[in-house]
Design a protein around this ligand. Structure first.
Ligand SMILES: Nc1ncnc2c1ncn2[C@@H]1O[C@H](COP(=O)(O)OP(=O)(O)OP(=O)(O)O)[C@@H](O)[C@H]1O
Length: 864
């Protein structure tokens, strides 16, 4: 039986796809497998084809890899190798897998003899099992055998052959004669123009096969180079001759025709026609038809290839919405379906669908109707809040109340919680714990500095780079419709007149509006009423009024030293050691070290800086531990020092105490807040409250000059307008009090005075230093210092009444830090003080006053 030798038998199937270059590609692939492909072998292949393409006598000097130069006239009787997939075109390599041992032996014999040739003939009918020359085409190709390795045979097509007689059956052996092309006039314009048309079509073949994948690149680049070669040749001829296209150009027309046919993916019998055609012009025409068809086929393939991701993505979108179709609001579903129809239309018109894709991707990716189940178990919530945070009794209580309302109503929404307090007091982490307690997803949106409503509401219009707003992005990220969303730093909203983010936030937070929140990019309304919003702010004064109205403010004032000690010991040290991979038993941070850290390094209200300092300590310990483990010392060094030392070092426990703390965290950054041990005349300690927490501040007044009617007050210290007014009020009130007490005292009438609030680089404002200013002025007027270790705060009216102040807890803590023993607060703040935990009040002598007169008594009513 006649066994055809085709790609089918090859280790790499030639019939992988139908791109025009597949045939050539697979030839090259198989070739590369045979010859251990590398760059130089690739060049050889290319050169081999080029030489056959450009030399009119390929048999003599065609290929760098064909070592011998056999005489083709000796090859009249050859083994006939039947080909099934297509004829062997002269100039092309073909790897074969020959299974028949007799044929293989015959080929081996040819290869080792003087005439390493066989005949390659296309089978007329693949299925015909008979063994005779009648089943193969009579015109074939003289195939030079280049290599035989096992069953793998590589041949290259050389000349056209015609069978004249059958000589043997097993293996099939035939007598042939070599076919010569008919003579032609190479200057004939018609044949030349056909030739150039083939070149032009070959360029199109290269262009339209740009979708080849990485692995096809060897072949792709081979043919691109070939086409470039052809074009360059044409250009060079044009320039060299300067005589135009049709003159002095000596191309090898028949080889170009063969090349075009060889790379085309046409039916094998069509390629056989090219092989059999000896009229060169006719052959070029046949090739032209094949190459034209190839270009058309490539274009269709290109289109389908580009269509694939489009249809694939549309299918993904459809699949995505299928299970939630019922839950997607009707108006949104309508838009999605309109977009699908639009994509179909665009595909039919070969347009770009990128923008719509982005849009539909967003629309279909939102968690329509997908909610996590709320957990309203108050006991569990309490446990979680306690697990994550020390203290914060009031805050936790308020949150538990909020959850309790959720238990009863089945919905924790309603007022928006705003956690307000200085940095690092745990606002963000409390919000996280609430999400954990409720079993809701958590997402944080930083709105500080947000200056454009589009950050929240999205970009208008679907243009390149347009995106939805942060809220939509957050929903997509968390994948549920009811996450807990933390709007961080809501007091630091930026403002741009035209595109005010405040309005957008209002729309987001207002329960009346957020059930149909419109994102400009999505252009459909979405329901945000299930989202639980929690905001954070350092101070509530800066939150726009309409937003603040919708919030339930929970204040986190900051921590006392005692609370910080607990947080540090029971939370931060444990968290940080875990993060650094250090076991608790490897380190002992003593209470004195922690206390020193709190008092001398981290005095602010929160504990973030404290956490950073503890991290510093543990990072240093981690480095020491790793250094100890690493075999840093040479054998010589360690043997000299004794190996015992290293093992004891590994087991060493790091003891951090007050004395070695500086080795880990550097020198203390704080000196005492107290500038004066005993405040001099004209100086009084006040208490201030900033977004960073509470602090003490001194009011200093000094005499400048005296003269009748010269009484006035000069004010410095970077004071805001309210504080400046306070100083003026204080001057008037002090003058009246002095007059009441001693009408003959003309100090205020005749003295030019200067009032200053130190740390002039820090801006200060607010009315609560009023009473401190009056006291400072009176101290100067009476030349009597105020009582030692006394601090005060309170706004004063012109008639001397004392009005309440804000930030009582923070101010109390600041006073304690400065070792103040006595504090004067407005009577109206008594209730706030009573609500403070005992640890805050311990050891303090606090006075509550209504009238300045009472302060006067407390400050100056002592014997000097
Ligand atoms: N009471 C506490 N108990 C335990 N850890 C706390 C407590 N308060 C704060 N922390 C920890 O302090 C660190 C800082 O807290 P967080 O980031 O929540 O502060 P914040 O108030 O949100 O600050 P900012 O205003 O700068 O965003 C976190 O690691 C947090 O866990």
């Amino acid at each position: 039986m006649l066994k055809p030798y085709t790609s089918h038998h090859m280790p790499l199937a030639i019939r992988v796809g139908s791109t025009p270059a597949n045939r050539s590609l697979l030839l090259l692939k198989a070739w590369s497998q045979q010859t251990r492909w590398n760059r130089s072998s690739h060049d050889l292949v290319r050169r081999a084809f080029f030489s056959t393409l450009t030399n009119s006598k390929p048999t003599v000097s065609c290929s760098a890899i064909v070592s011998s130069k056999p005489c083709l006239d000796n090859c009249l009787t050859v083994i006939a190798v039947p080909f099934r997939d297509g004829p062997l075109i002269p100039g092309f390599y073909m790897p074969l897998c020959v299974k028949d041992p007799k044929v293989l032996a015959a080929l081996q014999e040819s290869k080792s003899g003087e005439t390493p040739y066989a005949g390659a003939f296309l089978l007329k009918d693949d299925k015909d099992p008979s063994t005779s020359s009648s089943v193969i085409h009579q015109v074939g190709t003289l195939a030079q055998i280049l290599s035989i390795q096992g069953e793998q045979v590589i041949v290259i097509g050389r000349e056209r052959l015609q069978i004249t007689e059958m000589v043997g059956k097993d293996p099939l052996t035939v007598k042939t004669h070599h076919l010569k092309d008919k003579p032609y006039d190479k200057d004939d314009e018609v044949i030349r123009s056909t030739y150039f048309e083939v070149i032009s079509m070959l360029r199109d073949v290269v262009k339209t096969t740009s979708h080849w994948t990485e692995q096809d690149n060897i072949c792709n680049s081979n043919y691109r180079k070939l086409a470039e070669f052809l074009l360059q040749k044409r250009r060079r001829k044009l320039t060299d001759s300067g005589a135009g296209i049709f003159e002095a150009v000596d191309f090898n027309y028949q080889k170009l025709a063969d090349f075009g046919a060889g790379i085309s993916d046409a039916k094998k019998h069509k390629i056989q026609e090219v092989l059999e055609e000896l009229d060169v012009h006719k052959r070029l025409n046949l090739t032209l038809e094949l190459v034209k068809k190839q270009v058309e086929m490539n274009k269709i393939q290109l289109f389908h290839a580009s269509l694939f991701p489009v249809t694939h993505a549309t299918a993904t979108f459809k699949k995505r919405i299928e299970p939630i179709k019922e839950k997607i609001p009707k108006h949104v579903l309508k838009v999605i379906e309109e977009q699908f129809a639009k994509i179909d239309r665009i595909i039919r018109n070969y347009g770009s669908t990128d923008d719509i894709f982005t849009y539909v991707d967003w629309l279909t990716a939102l968690p329509w109707g997908k909610c996590s189940d709320d957990n309203f178990d108050v006991l569990r919530a309490e446990k979680i809040l306690d697990e994550d945070h020390y203290g914060l009794r009031d805050v936790k209580e308020r949150i538990l109340e909020f959850i309790a309302v959720g238990t009863l109503t089945g919905n924790p929404q309603g007022k928006i919680i705003c956690l307000s307090g200085p940095p690092g007091v745990g606002k963000t982490s409390i919000a996280r714990s609430v999400a954990r307690a409720l079993d809701r997803k958590f997402s944080r949106l930083a709105v500080g500095g947000l200056s454009d409503s589009s950050h929240i509401k999205g970009d208008r219009g679907v243009y390149i780079g347009a995106t939805p707003g942060k809220m939509v992005q957050c929903l997509k990220e968390v994948g549920t419709e009811n996450p807990l969303v933390l709007l961080d730093e809501i007091d630091k909203l930026g403002k741009k007149r035209s595109r005010d983010p405040e309005g957008a936030l209002l729309e987001l937070l207002d329960p009346q509006q957020n059930s149909h929140f419109l994102d400009y990019f999505l252009d459909v309304t979405i329901d945000l009423s299930k989202v639980l919003f929690v905001c954070t702010a350092n101070v509530t004064d800066m939150i726009p009024g309409p937003l603040l109205d919708r919030m339930e403010v929970i204040t986190l004032a900051g921590y006392t030293t005692d609370e910080k000690m607990h947080i540090a010991r029971d939370y931060l040290v444990k968290i940080v050691s875990g993060k650094c991979g250090i076991k608790p038993e490897q380190v002992d941070v003593s209470d004195t070290a922690l206390l020193s850290l709190i008092e001398n390094y981290c005095r602010e209200a929160g504990v973030r800086n404290l956490q950073k300092q503890i991290e510093k300590i543990f990072r240093k310990i981690a480095l020491k531990l790793v250094r100890q483990r690493a075999p840093a010392k040479t054998d010589l060094e360690s043997s000299a020092e004794g190996s015992m030392e290293q093992s004891t070092a590994v087991a060493e426990k790091f003891m951090i105490n007050e004395s070695n703390l500086a080795d880990y965290v550097g020198k203390p950054v704080f000196r005492g807040e107290k500038i004066y041990e005993q405040t001099p005349v004209g100086v009084v300690m006040g208490l201030a409250w900033t977004s960073m927490g509470g602090s003490t501040l001194y009011i200093e007044t000094t005499f400048v000059e005296e003269g009748e009617g010269k009484g006035c007050l000069h004010i410095t210290g970077h004071l805001g307008s309210v504080m400046k007014e306070s100083a003026e009020i204080a001057h008037t009130v002090a003058r009246r009090i002095m007059f009441d007490k001693d009408p003959k005292n003309l100090f205020f009438a005749n003295s030019k005075l200067h009032l200053h609030v130190p740390e002039g680089a820090t801006p200060k404002d607010g009315p609560s230093a009023g009473c401190t200013m009056i006291t400072s002025l009176l101290s100067l007027a009476m030349k009597k210092p105020v009582r030692k270790d006394l601090a005060m705060t309170g706004e004063v009216t012109l008639t001397g009444r004392i009005l309440p102040i804000g930030g009582l807890k923070e101010k109390t803590m600041a006073a304690r830090r400065s070792q103040v023993k006595e504090i004067i607060f407005p009577e109206a703040n008594r209730i706030d003080f009573e609500h403070l935990e005992e640890s805050f009040k311990e050891g303090l002598d606090v006075h509550f006053v209504d009238e300045y007169e009472q302060i006067f008594e407390l400050a100056f009513g002592y014997e000097q």
